[in-house]
Design a protein around this ligand. Structure first.
Ligand SMILES: *Cc1c(COP(=O)(O)O)cnc(C)c1O
Length: 371
């Protein structure tokens, strides 16, 4: 595991063994016949879908779900032929091109349905219904008409029905949405569809409402161990983005007589030692809020000021021996200490599925383990 010799030292470590472990944990929650779509949107939540898709299949996933045709292309570039569900992500005038990708397309509104039904080839589709999210999919007043039109679209083969639930921390709200989804499923059956995959279980639904594991599931954040409390404790999941790292570019002594904009320096009479690290908001570390720490030589160094585009300054006054080239840990373990994803989320005030992928997607990804 090595960076290219002239690469700017800002990288992430992706743990394929942790990913395989999480896939096996999820598989263990399912019946053998349940279809397990591994959600790989946002380039596998920043873990790199081309590099991870095969490991997910080997560990027990059946298929993939993405929201960007680019991610589907990355899976195919890995030589993977398993089914890929494309969530709603394209406009009706792209229907021909989408059909050519050989994916399971999503039908989520009438314009898209019409466009796909005019394509001169057969297309597998999943129907998306909206049970209260208020985002994509047919609403209860629309879906029966959608089912009728789909029955009449000779080139479209309906393989399933899915919804994405919201307000998952609120059981009555989940129950209400789940009841609507079950109604949609019953009405699809009445319309003549049989043997559909019924899918309403994303990560937190799987963990909090196992009865909604119908016959297909589509967990995302859980696969990558990027799940916050109280859900985290419900399954033994490991962080797949194991570390985010950088190195020290320069160490500097700031004499007491030299003014810089730092409260500790202004207040204290002593000399400050700072280190500049090769990591900034271009690498996904948010510019604000101020604060936070990194690990250098196994010790905590507080961040001074806001993050700049490509640099961050830290206080190493109390860490002996710091020099240019030292490894810096933004997330992960070093020496006897560690900054977990959970700690990072509380420092930088960003959801884990936003914070960690923005850093891994903007740095060099190094892979560890074999899956
Ligand atoms: C992202 C997504 C999921 C997975 O959600 P997680 O909370 O990450 O498990 C499931 N279904 C749809 C439609 C999604 O967009």
């Amino acid at each position: 595991m090595k960076l290219p010799p002239t690469a700017r030292p800002a990288w992430s470590v992706i743990d394929l063994d942790a990913l395989a472990h999480n896939v096996r944990v999820i598989r263990g929650l399912l019946r053998p016949t349940d279809r397990f779509y591994a959600v790989c949107k946002n380039n596998a939540y920043g873990c790199g879908v081309q590099e991870t898709a095969s490991a997910m299949l080997a560990a027990g996933a059946d298929a993939f779900a993405v929201s960007d045709p680019e991610d589907a292309a990355r899976i195919r570039a890995a030589g993977v032929t398993a089914p890929i569900l494309l969530y709603a992500s394209t406009c009706p005038d792209m229907a021909d091109a989408v059909a050519d990708l050989g994916l399971i397309a999503t039908v989520h509104d009438f314009d898209g349905l019409e466009a796909l039904s005019r394509v001169k080839r057969s297309v597998d589709v999943h129907i998306e219904v909206d049970c209260g999210y208020g985002r994509l999919g047919f609403t209860p007043g629309e879906w029966n008409q959608a089912f009728r039109r789909l029955r009449g679209a000779a080139n479209l083969r309906v393989v399933g029905l899915y919804t994405h639930l919201t307000a998952v921390e609120n059981p009555p709200a989940v129950r209400k949405q789940a009841d609507l989804f079950k109604r949609a499923a019953a009405e699809a059956t009445n319309a003549g569809f049989e043997g559909l995959e019924l899918m309403a279980a994303s990560s937190r639904v799987m963990l909090g409402y196992p009865e909604l594991n119908l016959n297909a599931v589509n967990p995302g954040r859980m696969l990558y161990g990027m799940i916050e409390d109280p859900w985290q404790g419900k399954a033994d999941l490991k962080p797949v983005i194991k570390a985010i790292k950088s190195r020290v570019l320069q160490v500097k002594t700031i004499p007491a007589s030299f003014d810089i904009d730092d409260a500790r320096h202004t207040a204290g009479p002593g000399t400050l030692r700072t280190a500049v690290i090769a990591f900034g908001f271009k690498d996904g570390l948010p510019r604000e809020p101020a604060g936070g720490t990194v690990l250098i030589r196994g010790q905590r160094a507080r961040i001074i000021g806001l993050r700049a585009t490509e640099h961050t300054v830290v206080d190493v006054t109390d860490i002996p021996g710091v020099c240019a080239g030292d490894e810096v840990v933004i997330v992960g373990a070093q020496g006897g200490d560690a900054i977990s994803g959970h700690e990072a989320v509380s420092i930088y005030r960003m959801a884990m599925i936003e914070l960690l992928p923005r850093m891994s997607l903007n740095t060099i990804r190094l892979y560890e383990g074999t899956g």
